[in-house]
Design a protein. Structure first.
Lengths: 372, 216
């Protein structure tokens, strides 16, 4: 399924369709979401180098991570070839222009703007940001001016801190409407914003990927390769109007991130025991296991041939059903007699089992058939 | 170091207990200590003039940042004379005081912390150590602040009392959560740390003793 998202990023916009917008929502588990973001970014870069992608250039807008996080990764993989088509806009080092104004006063050396990155000094100005994205995008295309480029945002949450939701959405919408843009991929921290904001982003995007961390128990294990993992819920709006949702597991290891469908996942602790490490022995040996299986528990049928009788409070009812119908009335008479005070019949306890009123499958959840 | 909560003598006393002389470090220029009173006066001046604290931003913490930056850069010059590699660490005690300087505006605080993180000295990023109080931000208007602070950080260390109550031998527990996968680990193929580490601690006369739960 993640492959289908990769394909979607690769294929970009189809004739007469809107530009696909992929929204990556995470909650608190930044490590994982950044890895997933990079996973898609590297996938796209591979496709661009291989000439398979519709996009011919990439513009990454770095809000939350230093630019090196992205450039190093790509340069590491693709060496010199990435110089032009991989562009980064640095909104990390000086998003509000404090450095710039300090530099004017302090007269320090101006860092040389590198070929593939530029710095935005004021992210409060969305117009300016749009312009620089488009400028960088065109730079990434070089001579192929009729081609398209992809735009990646490492976190839209920073923008949402400075701008209202409508402003951010219209900013994204402008990018989407631009004819040079092939795909937009952005990351957002779902738990930092109101649910309203997140659902607006979800409505806006074609594909929503939610990162859900695994329960704490499994990530706590000190396994060598289980640095962390979780599941992805991928929801794709298809062109024919259908929505496809799939859940996929991911695993963070040495070689980056591994994705696999949920069914195929083998829990990392399989083959090993789940028993916590303690000084005394909690495991059973083979012999102990055998011995345990041989113990006859007191409520079990002892195997002497007779029928097992377990009192279930319905002795009288069973008696009544076993008698012929004519005798049933006499049983009733007997009971009614015993009710009368001073009668000669020995005292009897009347007990009506509560569970007799219930349906046989009463231990099932009564709301089970509801589709919530 | 941004000592907003306590005076320098407090930190010096604690450090001496642990065998570290802050005063000498301060004299040699390796430690720059910025006190709260400096910033409050900055803020007051700004208010007296009826304008913002700095010309380029309405954020009073921008001025604080400039001080930190200046200190870090100055620090570099001192260090470069002696050693080759320099690594600067900005320590902030504590972030809730930043809130007060910022006039209760959390966005200002987050901006400031962002700049501290992005601050680089000679192409080498500084590290930031930050102390904050979780319960300060538990009220509804500020509840996302804790999360936002955690998003800013790579490692979150939570200190809390034992959930089972007070004990003589164990004074509390520390949970360390590593939030980012270090890229070096991937490159060097070395063993990554486990994601969550839990320790219990006991405060001794001059140090703190850490041990794994149940292994006192």
């Amino acid at each position: 399924m993640a492959d289908s998202v990769k394909r979607q990023i690769r294929d970009g916009v189809a004739e007469g369709e809107q530009v696909p917008v992929i929204c990556l929502l995470d909650s608190w588990d930044k490590a994982a979401s950044l890895q997933i973001f990079r996973h898609f970014m590297i996938g796209l870069c591979d496709n661009i180098v291989g000439g398979r992608a519709q996009a011919k250039g990439v513009v990454t807008v770095a809000f939350e991570q230093p630019v090196e996080v992205f450039t190093d990764e790509v340069l590491f993989q693709h060496k010199a070839s990435s110089r032009d088509w991989f562009q980064v806009i640095d909104c990390y080092s000086d998003p509000l222009g404090w450095e710039e104004s300090a530099r004017d006063e302090a007269e320090t050396e101006d860092p040389q703007p590198s070929a593939c990155s530029c710095t935005v000094r004021d992210i409060r100005d969305l117009e300016c940001l749009t312009t620089s994205i488009l400028k960088r995008g065109n730079a990434s295309l070089g001579q192929q001016t009729s081609e398209r480029f992809a735009v990646l945002f490492d976190s839209i949450s920073v923008l949402l801190r400075f701008h209202s939701l409508p402003a951010v959405i219209s900013f994204l919408d402008k990018l989407r409407a631009n004819e040079r843009v092939s795909t937009i991929l952005f990351l957002a921290h779902a738990d930092l914003h109101e649910p309203r904001v997140i659902s607006s982003l979800e409505y806006f995007s074609t594909t929503v990927i939610s990162v859900m961390p695994l329960p704490e128990v499994s990530s706590e294990s000190e396994d060598f390769d289980s640095f962390g993992g979780g599941s992805l819920r991928i929801r794709q709006k298809r062109r024919n109007g259908r929505v496809r949702q799939q859940i996929e597991e991911f695993h963070l290891g040495h070689s980056g991130i591994k994705l696999f469908p949920k069914e195929k996942i083998v829990p990392p602790s399989s083959g090993k025991s789940n028993v916590p490490k303690v000084q005394f022995n909690l495991e059973l040996s083979e012999k102990e296991r055998e011995d345990r299986a041989n113990v006859i528990l007191p409520f079990e049928h002892q195997g002497n041939g007779s029928e097992t009788k377990i009192y279930d409070g319905r002795e009288r009812a069973r008696l009544a059903s076993s008698l012929p119908a004519a005798d049933k009335s006499s049983v009733h008479e007997a009971t009614s007699k015993s009710d009368t005070p001073g009668g000669n019949v020995l005292g009897a306890i009347h007990y009506l089992r509560d569970s007799d009123d219930e349906r046989p499958d009463s231990d099932e959840d009564p709301d089970d058939d509801l589709d919530i | 170091m941004l000592g907003l909560a306590e005076p320098f003598s407090h930190y010096a006393r604690i450090a001496r207990k642990q065998g570290c002389n802050l005063q000498t470090m301060r004299d040699s220029g390796r430690l720059v200590f910025l006190e709260q009173s400096q910033f409050l006066s900055l803020q007051r001046n700004g208010k007296d003039e009826g304008s913002s604290a700095t010309s380029f931003s309405d954020n009073p913490l921008a001025a604080v940042y400039l001080k930190v930056r200046e200190a870090a850069r100055g620090n570099m010059e001192v260090n470069s004379a002696t050693e080759g590699a320099v690594h600067t660490c900005v320590m902030i005690d504590d972030a809730s005081v930043l809130d007060i300087i910022a006039g209760g505006n959390h966005n200002f605080v987050l901006d400031f912390l962002h700049y501290c993180r992005a601050l680089s000295v000679r192409k080498q990023r500084c590290s930031v150590v930050l102390l904050t109080h979780q319960d300060v931000y538990e009220e509804p208007p500020a509840f996302s602040m804790n999360l936002a602070l955690e998003y800013v950080s790579d490692t979150v260390v939570t200190v809390e009392p034992l959930s089972t109550g007070l004990a003589v031998d164990v004074h509390g527990q520390v949970t360390i959560l590593h939030r980012t996968v270090q890229m070096e680990y991937q490159r060097l193929k070395s063993k990554p740390r486990s994601r969550i580490q839990k320790y219990q601690f006991r405060i001794l006369e001059s140090t703190v003793q850490f041990f794994r739960p149940g292994q006192l």
